[in-house]
Design a protein around this ligand. Structure first.
Ligand SMILES: Nc1ncnc2c1ncn2[C@@H]1O[C@H](COP(=O)(O)OP(=O)(O)OP(=O)(O)O)[C@@H](O)[C@H]1O
Length: 228
């Protein structure tokens, strides 16, 4: 599903963000990516959907050789990946239904399919009753649910989340994690960068530790700690 071979990323200012990453994530896995601030977690995630270009190495995501894609092929890659951010990134002037349906309109899905699929996915995230609400009428947890619905609506093979509970209180964070579990249980691969120690330690999933741009630990049923 996702493979990285000796991946290096140097930013133009000379920062070595990633230094020789090798990783394989299989279909259906749930993986936490943890590590100190500035370790390279966001960079690791951005390379997967080609938000950033790698400096050296190879990345494959769902059969795509990410670095080799031409600009016009990038939307094809991104159709396979749902991305979720700490700050939700909803369109403020569109209501819940429209924020989600927009993602289907962009890929030119048939109107009939959109009409059927959007309520389905809003039901899955528990927001069927809020379809007409605008983002600023929702709580943080609800806004993140909309972002998750939007990420899921085109049935991606993988969901990549960068600190998705970073702005949420502990209880809401747990509700969002339960939703990710449900999504993973239905077959979607999940890769999540997080600083949430309690969640990582309790969920007992695969944990990849990145420190100074390198994978320093990769453990199934792992814990959060990255001190060694
Ligand atoms: N666009 C950029 N230009 C230059 N340097 C960058 C850029 N983005 C990140 N960096 C640097 O690359 C390194 C890795 O950053 P990255 O954001 O991947 O870390 P992180 O592990 O996600 O951190 P955090 O947990 O604080 O979000 C850091 O030293 C950071 O300052």
């Amino acid at each position: 599903m996702i493979e990285m071979f000796n991946v290096w990323k140097t930013y133009p200012n000379g920062v070595y963000a990633l230094r020789g990453i090798n990783i394989k994530i299989d279909k259906g896995e749930f993986v936490y990516v943890v590590g100190p601030s500035g370790a390279g977690k966001s960079t690791f995630i951005k390379l997967m959907y080609r938000e950033e270009r790698l400096t050296k190495g190879k990345i494959f995501v769902n059969g795509f050789n990410v670095e080799r894609l031409k600009e016009r092929q990038i939307p094809q890659l991104r159709r396979n990946i749902g991305v979720i951010f700490q700050d939700y990134r909803l369109l403020p002037n569109l209501n819940v239904y429209e924020n989600v349906s927009f993602a289907m309109e962009v890929i030119e899905a048939p109107k009939k399919t959109i009409k059927k699929r959007v309520p389905e996915v809003l039901e899955l995230v528990g927001l069927k009753d809020k379809m007409a609400a605008l983002p600023n009428q929702l709580s943080g947890g609800e806004q993140q649910r909309v972002a998750i619905a939007r990420a899921l609506v085109n049935n991606p093979a993988v969901i990549i989340a960068d600190e998705p509970t970073g702005n949420l209180d502990p209880e809401t964070s747990w509700e969002i994690m339960e939703l990710f579990e449900k999504i993973n249980f239905r077959g979607t691969t999940i890769v999540m960068a997080t600083h949430n120690k309690e969640i990582v330690d309790t969920m007992k999933k695969r944990v990849i530790v990145i420190k100074d741009g390198k994978v320093t630990r990769d453990e199934y049923r792992g814990g959060y700690s990255y001190e060694d």
